[in-house]
Design a binder for this molecule. Structure first.
Ligand code: ATP
Ligand code: MG
Length: 363
């Protein structure tokens, strides 16, 4: 039987709780699709840093390199900081080390779950934010130019290579989505080209890449106007592509559009490796209480299977992904469960159990 190695980094806080939910669902999925998903649980995170002095052990990193895919919970704890005063954020180191340059954050509404927006069109939001993960303003991380006690500078770095590859990624994603939906695809670039030279350059490279994909509609918006548009008319967008910092901010905004962080999956994808994790953090305010909505984690596991299917050519894995997505749709549409995040009473285990129980062969 075909077998796949999954490096599992549950991390801290609710990362661990939602990872158990994902493991339970994947356990059922592997039996349904006749594949072995070997989950290898690995230490990393803020608690591991407190225990051992290392946030991301070399052995964990090596297992990640050797695995077929990486499933990640969330990492970080309040008041746990590294030597330079910044938070312990091993996922950023992993992104850099494995060159996971594309931060892919899809959001969609689910029947049966309300969105915070009043307009009827808001019931049908379905878009993907593609965040550049390796440069932009995050390039400044660990490189702050501290000038005495009076001034600090952080540098935004935009390169042709980094921009071209993230834009290419966005257009190829739009092409796949268009093929599936039958609609013309669209990529919207989000920048601040009216103020910053770096952002004008990002737009220039975006337009060069867009010219190579004439079948996909392409446009650009300034990040301030896009913050407005994404609340006013999010249902009009398809794929968004943007610099690292803007992507960080807008991914929380779009998660809110579909009900909260517990609904937003993500993938950090490069040419060789893929890491899949909920877009949320460790949520110290609700950790340890079984309240976390595991949907984002479950949908991230589905994204992982879909990505693995694309790489391996093993269609059973795509069936597994579809199975999870349909099960999630079904448990919400039927009203069987409502997450606490939506004012309901169902916690992590109840939602995971309902989804596992709703897994059916896709066809
Ligand atoms: P990070 O710095 O890692 O991005 P953060 O400080 O932005 O983390 P999160 O941990 O993502 O914060 O939490 C933001 C808010 O969303 C918190 O109120 C948290 O309780 C809530 N939240 C996050 N994930 C979930 C979830 N899976 N289910 C329910 N609520 C969640
Ligand atoms: Mg956040």
């Amino acid at each position: 039987m075909e077998s796949y190695r999954i490096a599992v980094l549950p991390g801290d806080g609710i990362g661990i709780e939602v990872m158990h939910a994902a493991a339970a669902v994947l356990e059922t999925v592997q039996r349904r699709i006749g594949r072995i998903l070997q989950l290898q649980w690995l230490p990393a995170g803020a608690q591991h840093y407190l225990d051992s002095g290392v946030a991301l052990p070399d052995a964990t990193l090596r297992h990640c390199e050797q695995a077929d895919a990486i499933l990640f919970g969330a990492m970080g704890l309040p008041h746990v900081h590294g030597a330079d005063g910044t938070e312990i954020i091993p996922q950023i180191d992993l992104r850099m080390h494995l060159d996971l340059y594309a931060g892919v954050r899809p959001i969609r509404t689910f029947e049966g779950l309300p969105t915070p927006l009043a307009r009827p069109e808001a019931a049908h939001i379905d878009l993907v934010l593609v965040r550049e993960n390796t440069e932009g303003l995050f390039y400044a991380r660990g490189r702050g130019d501290v000038r005495g006690d009076d001034e600090v500078r952080d540098t935004m770095r935009i390169t042709r290579q980094g921009t071209a590859r993230i834009c290419e990624f966005a257009f190829r994603l739009a092409e796949r989505r268009a093929a599936r939906s039958g609609r013309r695809g669209r990529v919207t670039n989000v920048d601040k080209a009216n103020v910053f030279a770096s952002m004008a350059f990002f737009r220039k490279v975006f337009e060069e890449v867009a010219a190579r994909h004439p079948q996909i509609a392409a446009d650009s918006g300034y990040v301030d106007a896009m913050a407005l548009n994404l609340v006013m008319k999010p249902w009009t967008y398809d794929v968004l592509v943007t610099e690292n910092m803007f992507g960080d901010i807008l991914s929380d905004l779009i998660a809110a559009l579909v009900g909260g962080m517990g609904m937003a999956p993500s993938g950090d994808i490069g040419d060789r490796y893929g890491l899949f994790q909920p877009a949320h953090g460790t949520a110290p305010d609700i950790a340890g209480q079984g309240k976390a909505n595991p949907t984002a984690m479950l949908l991230s596991a589905a994204m992982m299977l879909e990505w693995l299917a694309g790489r391996s050519g093993d269609a059973a894995l795509a069936d597994g992904a579809a199975m999870i997505q349909h099960a999630v749709e079904q448990v919400f549409a039927s009203g069987q469960v409502r997450p606490m995040e939506f004012g309901g009473t169902d916690g992590t285990a109840a939602i995971a159990q309902a989804v596992a129980g709703a897994l059916r062969p896709a066809h």
